[in-house]
Design a protein around this ligand. Structure first.
Ligand SMILES: Nc1ncnc2c1ncn2[C@@H]1O[C@H](COP(=O)(O)OP(=O)(O)OP(=O)(O)O)[C@@H](O)[C@H]1O
Ligand SMILES: [Mg+2]
Length: 276
């Protein structure tokens, strides 16, 4: 089994050079190896800034950020960190580096010096998983927004990272593609990959282990997904979230003693429990 890596923020703050206030204030956050953490929060609460800190794209202006035990402020660790951690941004245009689909996916593996035959294998596998293999010779510019997002995910998968940071990386996908990608991420998670996922939709986090909510750069809620999704629809609405329909269904089935409390809040687990 592949082991995921931990992240550790100790009193980490971040202030952009042009800003007069901190975007992130004194964050103490431990993410365990192999954990799937969903980061939620309103626009401007600092989610992207946090994700960039976890990938050493931004260095805390106070405090420390450790990735797999390495302090991100030490520039010697930046390349090792990037080879272990892949990040996918919301806007795929921000991370397209090549004009042709397969070249774009090969860019990361080439950069870490993998052998050509390994690169070819990984590119094909990643593009097949992202359902883009039939477009491998095509110009990136011919892809739709959702396809570009799948291309960015393929690029991240081709790196076979120990941790995957997803910053609203599924936002442009249709529901079929989103489900397929979430299943794929879930397979990697089961094998040990650490996942940190920013989203605004609770329907996208049903496989997560834990939920962290940011508000104005501070953690205002940090709890297991079960606890978070057990909140009433009203409570979640007051936090500006919509309770997933599947969580409502799960609660009804538990109340009626049709399934047990251990069944997770995703449709596949519920279906499996019902068909047993
Ligand atoms: N390069 C920058 N320079 C100055 N301020 C910035 C910069 N990038 C972000 N900020 C500010 O930092 C705050 C947090 O931004 P961030 O992008 O981390 O929030 P977010 O939670 O990801 O928001 P969203 O949900 O809209 O993606 C915002 O007030 C934003 O204006
Ligand atoms: Mg953001």
């Amino acid at each position: 089994m592949k082991t995921g890596i931990p992240f550790s923020l100790k009193g980490a703050e971040f202030r952009y050079p042009s800003a007069t206030e901190n975007t992130l204030s004194t964050l103490d956050l431990e993410i365990r190896p192999g954990e799937w953490v969903a980061i939620l929060g309103p626009n401007g609460s600092g989610k992207t800034t946090l994700m960039k800190m976890l990938n050493a794209l931004l260095i805390p202006t106070q405090g420390i950020c450790f990735v797999d035990g390495d302090n991100t402020s030490n520039s010697d660790f930046v390349i090792p960190i990037r080879s272990k951690v892949s990040m996918v941004f919301q806007n795929p245009e921000d991370q397209i580096v090549s004009a042709i689909v397969e070249e774009d996916v090969a860019f990361g593996p080439e950069n870490i010096g993998l052998k050509p035959e390994i690169i070819r294998f990984r590119v094909k596998e990643a593009l097949e998983n992202a359902e883009l293999w039939e477009k491998h010779k095509e110009p990136v510019s011919s892809l739709s927004g959702g396809q570009k997002q799948r291309l960015a995910l393929a690029g991240a998968f081709a790196m076979q990272p120990k941790a995957l940071l997803l910053d609203e990386a599924l936002s442009m996908l249709d529901s079929y593609s989103k489900n397929e990608i979430i299943k794929l991420i879930s397979e990697e998670h089961k094998k040990g990959m650490t996942i940190v996922q920013v989203t605004h939709r609770l329907d996208d986090i049903l496989y997560a282990d834990r939920v962290v909510v940011l508000e104005s750069g501070k953690v205002v809620c940090d709890e297991p997904i079960f606890e978070f999704l057990s909140k009433s629809e009203e409570k979640l609405r007051s936090m500006k979230f919509k309770k997933p329909s599947v969580s409502i269904l799960r609660e009804i089935l538990i109340k009626k003693k049709i399934i047990s409390e251990e069944i997770k809040s995703d449709i596949y687990s519920i279906k499996e429990a019902l068909c047993r």
